[in-house]
Ligand binder design. Sequence first.
Ligand SMILES: [Zn+2]
Length: 143
Amino acid sequence: MTKPRVPVIEGMFREDEDGTGRLLGGRCPKCGASFFPKQWSFCRNPACGGTELDDVELSTRGTLWSFADNRYAPPPPYPSREPFEPYGVAAVELAEEQMVVLGQLAAGTDVTTLALGREMELIVEPLYETDDAVHTVWKWRAI
Ligand SMILES: [Zn+2]
């Protein structure tokens, strides 16, 4: 039996049938500023004063702004997988939204092949599995 795939955090992203996904953000209709995650009921642009944010799906492609190769488990009390598996972290700049979104690098990404400015694409992958579900999160994949 195939386990259902469920997002680790509700409301931050959605997954499509083909494994691609979209980040769910907010955009201020007054000044055009974008926010992710959409967690505020007012625009954070201090020069704006807008009090409503529209629901928007963010761009699925951006350029690599920074990245790191995380080879050590975080110290307690932070949880980590047992046994710890190294993973990469990427900060990807979305041109249209003028923002940087953090995420893990896709499984199997060789960080030695990455360079700043590389085009990256959003995907949805498993983060961990429990008895009844595969818990998913958004990640960045080099293209
Ligand atoms: Zn605004």
